[in-house]
Design a protein around this ligand. Structure first.
Ligand code: HEC
Ligand SMILES: [Zn+2]
Length: 272
């Protein structure tokens, strides 16, 4: 797929409206085209900044098109002359100017743009860091000594996304407690378990934040190895999940009974 085809698929791509085949092709293109990747990032950031708050106002739609056109033209000129290195400050400057023009603080919008981008390795790193703090009690739980069902209720009253915690199905499993935490800028439900003496942290993240990771559908379970910890990331029924432990797929037994035959997890995709 070339740049112009990729660009023509940009909006349906971000909207998640492409067929899996087309989406894969766009993904492949984005993997080695920084220019198009930036357009996608920008569009996602734009929706972050305007999507909910300004939807009733027709102006942002026009501004959005203007931004898209500007970026498209910029991308072309830039590639024709030299590399893509200078695009970033220029794009951000134009973005800042336009955001001011529509009456939002540029600082705020840019923070939304820069702050909400998180990649799978970054998420894994943040999750491992939290796990270590939780295990060492540097981050005290908001709730403890309750059943998973009571914790579920507690989170549901405080978070906007679907927190679903099954009952304990395994002998050696204890639910230690939970808290509302952050991975990067993502607000999460952080849950602490102990399974046969091993600490397991489970982070439940909003589906929207999971979507922003822009992960492929397959394999369903993304496995990252980070500082000796096993990190598994996936999506299920309206939420994203991140599991951190030192016991690989056995950590899945915080929700699944050991008799359940779960498919083996893929090999870790990165050693960070
Ligand atoms: C937060 C609890 C939780 C954790 C942790 C969890 N699961 Fe699940 N899983 C569920 C629930 C709930 C279902 C749906 C069960 C049902 O429909 O009966 C499910 C279903 C599944 C299914 C079968 C059906 C489907 O939807 O495809 C598989 C396979 C599975 N999980 C694998 C895993 C693996 C592997 C892990 C560890 C990486 C894991 N799960 C961790 C809660 C969890
Ligand atoms: Zn391209």
């Amino acid at each position: 797929m070339d740049c112009s085809t990729a660009k023509s698929k940009l909006f349906p791509y971000v909207d998640g409206e492409l067929t899996p085949e087309l989406r894969d092709q766009v993904d492949t293109h984005l993997a080695h085209c920084t220019a198009c990747r930036r357009l996608v990032d920008f569009e996602v950031a734009f929706r972050e900044a305007y999507g909910e708050r300004l939807r009733p106002d027709p102006a942002p739609e026009r501004v959005r098109e203007h931004v898209a056109t500007l970026l498209r033209d910029l991308g072309h000129g830039q590639r024709a002359r030299h590399g893509r290195r200078r695009l970033t400050p220029l794009v951000l400057a134009i973005a800042a100017a336009l955001l001011v023009a529509v009456g939002l603080g540029a600082g705020m919008a840019l923070k939304a743009y820069l702050g909400t981008r998180i990649t799978l390795p970054e998420l894994a790193g943040a999750a491992v860091e939290q796990h270590q703090k939780l295990v060492r009690n540097l981050l005290p739980p908001d709730i403890r000594d309750v059943s998973p069902k009571a914790a579920e209720e507690w989170f549901r009253q405080r978070l906007t996304f679907n927190v679903s915690l099954p009952d304990l199905k395994t002998e050696g499993l204890r639910f230690l407690g939970g808290r509302i935490s952050h991975l990067g800028e993502i607000e999460v439900a952080a849950l602490e378990y102990q399974l046969d003496g091993n600490n397991v942290s489970l982070f439940i993240i909003p589906e929207e934040a999971y979507r922003r990771l822009q992960l492929r559908e397959k394999p369903r379970f993304k496995v990252v190895s980070h500082r000796g910890y096993d990190v598994v990331v996936w999506r299920s029924q309206g939420a994203g999940y991140t599991l951190v432990s030192e016991i690989g797929e056995r950590a899945c037994h915080v929700c699944h009974a050991p008799e359940e035959k779960l498919e083996p997890l893929p090999r870790p995709s990165a050693h960070l």
